[in-house]
Design a protein around this ligand. Structure first.
Ligand code: F6R
Length: 611
């Protein structure tokens, strides 16, 4: 999704801006650009479609000490150079923008009447002309931006420069994350602190409604009413260590293989010998869990599937749990029962729909808000009563893998804590808890064993390279695992993949079965196995080709129509975490055959900060 970097310094900022954009590449984008005020106080603009590297190749001669830069993920107007940011007005003012301006159409009409010429189809361009209009009325840049944002409706993170005020970057935020990085005789803005790792270890988080004036030697922040405000200075814990491929061909493959370590670290210090250590979730966890009689979990995409798996655990443990996609939740009316804990799940902690759902939930009388998140310095974390971190480490591949499995084990630990209150064991665990804890401890080794099946999965993937569709089947907690498997396949291989609860097959999708529709199934040895086997027979009877990941004791064997890969027996609660791993590998190897851009699939973004 769009990314912003800006700098006010005493040195040439072009390399800082380009490096910052490269660090934001993982978020997903289709074009990039920068605007720098050069030594002659001219505004120099460079934009290009495609990778930051192609922008870099046209920036050799750009040299100036104030600038803003942007990676764009198209919302209004196709990916094209004229739609890339920055947008400029009168060759004087430049703007970069994350978010969406909802009243851009009416502002565009007004500005056209004032004889401004539009060169793009973007919503952003109205902002720069509007600021220009206000400076033409005699306002300085800060005041012109201040008035302009009061006229905008929608979401924005903004960076603005003007050649009439060299050395100044104006930043504004409403609903789209923006940070101010503090350096030595230079200061920065960025939509994500990872853009600034080499130049700044200290930063402030701008709040909604804030506007800031940044120069090499000063940072002034004002709230929505224009009052000067202090924002807390935070020391960043980010480092470059996690951003190397370390010999892997893709980050996705590296991240699939890292799941053993990521799960170990997520469990570390949280498991006693026979029980989950509730105190490890923070001082407030005990009271928040005590109050939680029911759960509402909100998330998007892969994080939503993690929540959907966890629903089976919570309800198995007697805790009512409702799970919903954030973008739907936001626009419904809600009846909130007393003692309902509102939970969000997010890898990035910046997903706009999830964040907006949380803000709305805070007005609705939930007992508390709990967030399961992978990024400590993120918006969701700051806005929640309690956060339980997944320690997946930085996830760079757009298709989420290790974030998902660490979310699952975190959710299982939370489910265990809430279960204790139901079974009346106070803070102590019981035999069942001890059994799950034991299995959780052996999970990393079991994942390693599944990863050892990679050669067989590569053979399996060859059956998918020339297919246009695939069906994924699962039952119970493995239905959302099938959905996650289908999502992985579609997002990185571009094969249309759909998941069905296997029992639903006969109610429609069976009509699709033929030899060109591979059917992938997950078959753990649980109480639904026999039902699933009947569903698989329904596929075989119609000439369908089956690819099954099955418990080695499930009694499923390969033949001409069916390819079975055996997974070692595993506890039912742990099984979903294990069974998603071969599906991730299958998607990866199919995408490899298809030659797609695996880490940055087309049209997708890592951090989805627009609606
Ligand atoms: C799919 C994927 C997305 C994200 C979704 C939510 O592989 O990564 O579906 O899961 O955009 O993102 P987070 O978890 O950052 O809120």
């Amino acid at each position: 999704m769009c990314g912003i970097v800006g700098a006010a310094s005493g040195r040439d900022v072009t390399p800082i801006l380009i490096d910052g954009l490269k660090r934001l590449e993982y978020r997903g984008y289709d074009s990039a650009g920068l605007a720098v005020i050069d030594k002659k106080c001219d505004l120099v603009l460079r934009r290009s479609v495609g990778r930051v590297a192609s922008l870099e190749s046209i920036c050799d001669s750009v040299d100036g000490s104030t600038g803003i830069a942007h990676t764009r993920w198209a919302t209004h107007g196709k990916p094209a150079e004229h739609n890339a940011h920055p947008h400029i007005s009168s060759q004087t003012i430049a703007v970069v923008h994350n978010g969406i301006i909802e009243n851009h159409q009416e502002l565009r009409e007004e500005l056209k009447e004032k004889e401004f010429t539009f060169r793009s189809e973007t919503d952003t361009e109205v902002i720069v002309h509007q600021i220009d209009w206000h400076t033409q009325q005699g306002l300085d840049l800060l005041n012109a931006v201040q008035i302009t944002i009061s006229e905008l409706s929608g979401a924005y993170g903004l960076g603005v420069v003007s050649k009439k005020e060299p050395g100044v970057v104006i930043a504004a935020r409403n609903g789209s994350p923006l940070l101010i990085g503090l350096g030595e005789k230079e200061n920065f803005i960025a939509s994500d602190m990872s853009a600034l790792i080499p130049v700044s270890q200290k930063y402030m988080v701008m709040e909604d409604g804030d506007i800031a004036k940044i120069t090499p030697s000063s940072v002034e922040v004002f709230d929505r009413q224009g009052n000067p405000v202090e924002r807390q200075v935070i020391i960043s814990t980010l480092s470059d260590d996690e951003t190397e491929l370390e010999g892997y061909a893709h980050f996705m493959k590296k991240e699939i293989h890292e799941q053993t370590r990521a799960i170990t670290e997520t469990l570390e210090d949280r498991l006693g010998s026979k029980s989950v250590i509730e105190m490890a979730f923070g001082d407030e966890a005990q009271e928040i869990f005590d109050r939680a009689k029911e759960l509402k979990i909100i998330a998007c995409g892969t994080s939503y599937y993690a929540a959907s798996v966890a629903r089976y655990w919570f309800e198995e443990f007697g805790i009512k749990c409702d799970v919903e996609i954030a973008s739907e939740y936001r626009y419904r009316k809600h009846v909130v029962n007393e003692g309902t804990l509102f939970m969000t799940i997010s890898q990035s902690g910046e997903t706009l729909d999830t964040m907006a759902a949380l803000e709305m939930a805070k007005t609705l009388g939930y007992s508390n808000t709990l967030c399961i998140c992978n990024v400590p310095e993120s918006s969701l974390v700051r806005a929640s009563d309690l956060t339980i971190f997944t320690h997946a480490g930085r996830e760079i591949g757009v298709a989420s893998t290790k974030a998902f499995t660490t979310q699952l084990v975190t959710l299982l630990m939370v489910a265990i804590c809430l279960r204790r209150r139901k079974v009346g064991n106070g803070r102590a665990g019981d035999a069942m808890e001890a059994e799950i804890v034991k299995e959780l401890r052996s999970l990393p080794q079991m994942i390693d064993n599944v990863i050892d099946l990679e050669e067989d999965i590569i053979s399996m993937s060859k059956h998918f390279g020339n297919k246009e569709h695939a069906l994924f089947l699962g039952r119970g907690a493995h239905y959302p695992i099938a959905m996650e498997g289908a999502l992985k396949l579609k997002e990185i291989s571009y094969i249309h993949a759909e998941a069905y609860a296997a029992g639903e097959l006969k109610h429609g999708p069976l009509a699709l079965i033929d030899e060109d529709m591979p059917v992938v199934a997950v078959a753990p040895n649980d109480e639904l196995l026999e039902k699933l086997k009947s569903n698989l027979e329904e596929v075989r009877a119609r000439g369908g080709k089956l690819f099954v990941f099955a418990d080695s004791q499930a009694g499923l064997i390969s033949d001409e129509e069916t390819m079975v890969l055996n997974v070692a027996p595993v506890n039912n609660y742990i099984a979903p975490v294990l069974y998603v791993v071969p599906l991730q590998l299958l998607a990866y190897h199919v995408a490899l055959i298809k030659g797609t851009d695996i880490d940055k699939p087309r049209n997708l973004a890592k951090s989805v900060t627009v609606e």
